[in-house]
Design a protein around this ligand. Structure first.
Ligand code: ZN
Length: 316
C-alpha cells in the first residue's frame, strides 16, 4: 500500500463517507434529539462513537461497504472520541477502549487495501466555554492523538472544526506526535467565515503553514455549495486540497445542514442524489482536488458515484 503522500501525487485519493449519521439511520447511534436541541454545536452526548465497542459488527460492515465502493482511505470511527466528548455521553472511562477498538476494526477491514486514518474533531469545549478552554481542549486532543498513534493509524484526519484556533491546537498536537494530518474546517452558518471569523483562504493558509499535508473543508454543505469555498482556499495555498462534503441540500440563507430545521430528524427531506457526487468527482479531478470523499449523508452508493466521476473525468 502506498503512503498518503504517494497517493496524493498519483491522482485523486478517494475517501469514505459519513459513519455516525449512517449508523444512526441503522439504529446504532443516538442523535440525542429526544433529549435536547441538536445542531447548536455545543452538543453533549450526541453522535458519539461507542458503536466501535457496542456494535462492532455494524461498524465492520459499513467499513466493508466503503471499501467495496472504492475508498482508498477508511477513517476509523473515532470522531467525537475525545475524553471530553465521551464523558458527556457517559463513556469517558472507555476512551482508550473505544479509540483502540475503532482503529483495530478499520485496519482489519482495510487489510492492506486501504489506508486507515484516525478521525479527530473539535472537543466542543470552545463552543461551550469559550477560548479560555483552549488549553483544556489541547490536553484532550493530545490524549486522543496519542491513543490513535499507539493503535497504528497511518495518518490523521482533523475534521469538522468550527474554530481555527482549535484546529491550530490539533495540528500542533499532530506534529508533536509526528503523524501526517489532513485538515478540514467546517463552515457555518455561511461558507464565508468560520466561527472565529477567518475566511476559508485564511484558514487554508494557516493550516498549510502548520504542516497539514492537505487542507480543505468537510461536512455541512453539499458539494455544489462547498466548491466556491474550496476555490477560495486554492488561491491561498499550494498544498493539496481535501473535500468531504455532506449529502444534504443547504439554502442560500443557511449554508449548513446542521443549522436547518431538518437536522437531525428530517434529513430524508433534504438528501441530495448520488449523481451530484458523480459531478463532484469530475470537478475534483478537473480542478485538482487531491483528496475527495463524503461526510454526513454519504453511504457507499455516494462513494461509488464519486469514484465513477473521478474515473470518467480522468478518461475524457
Ligand atoms: Zn458530517
Amino acid at each position: 500500500m502506498q503512503s498518503l503522500g504517494e497517493l496524493l501525487q498519483s491522482g485523486v485519493v478517494i475517501g469514505d463517507g459519513g459513519y455516525l449519521i449512517e449508523l444512526e439511520r441503522r439504529g446504532y447511534v443516538d442523535s440525542g434529539s429526544g433529549r435536547e436541541k441538536v445542531g447548536t454545536g455545543r452538543g453533549s452526548g450526541q453522535f458519539t462513537p461507542e458503536a466501535a465497542v457496542e456494535n462492532p459488527e455494524a461498524l465492520r460492515e459499513l467499513h466493508r461497504e466503503f471499501l467495496c465502493a472504492g475508498s482508498t482511505v477508511l477513517q476509523a470511527l473515532t470522531f467525537f472520541g475525545t475524553r471530553e466528548k465521551l464523558n458527556r455521553a457517559g463513556y469517558g472511562d472507555e476512551t482508550e477502549r473505544i479509540n483502540c477498538a475503532a482503529v483495530k476494526l478499520a485496519k482489519e477491514v482495510a487489510n492492506g487495501k486501504a489506508l486507515v486514518a484516525g478521525s479527530v474533531s473539535r472537543t466542543q469545549l470552545i463552543e461551550r466555554e469559550g477560548m479560555g478552554a483552549l488549553d483544556k481542549a489541547r490536553d484532550h486532543i493530545a490524549e486522543q492523538i496519542s491513543l490513535l498513534k499507539d493503535a497504528g493509524v497511518d495518518f490523521l484526519v482533523l475534521e469538522t472544526f468550527f474554530h481555527l484556533a482549535e484546529m491550530k491546537v490539533a495540528l500542533e498536537c499532530a506534529a508533536r506526535a509526528n503523524l501526517p494530518a489532513v485538515a478540514t474546517m467546517s463552515f457555518r452558518p455561511l461558507i464565508t467565515k468560520c466561527s472565529d471569523d477567518h475566511t476559508p483562504a485564511q484558514c487554508a493558509a494557516v493550516m498549510a503553514d502548520l504542516g497539514a499535508v492537505a487542507v480543505g473543508a468537510n461536512c455541512e454543505q453539499d458539494p455544489k455549495r462547498m466548491l466556491p469555498l474550496l476555490r477560495e482556499m486554492r488561491s491561498a495555498t499550494s498544498v493539496p486540497l481535501a473535500a468531504q462534503p455532506a449529502a444534504f441540500r443547504t439554502t442560500n440563507e443557511c449554508h449548513s445542514f446542521t443549522r436547518l430545521p431538518a437536522f437531525p430528524d428530517d434529513l430524508e427531506t433534504i438528501q441530495i442524489s448520488r449523481s451530484e457526487f458523480t459531478e463532484f468527482g469530475k470537478v475534483a479531478k478537473n480542478e485538482g482536488i487531491g483528496y475527495a470523499g463524503g461526510c454526513c449523508g454519504c453511504n457507499a452508493a455516494y462513494i461509488r458515484a464519486l469514484a465513477r466521476g473521478v474515473e470518467e473525468a480522468a478518461r475524457s
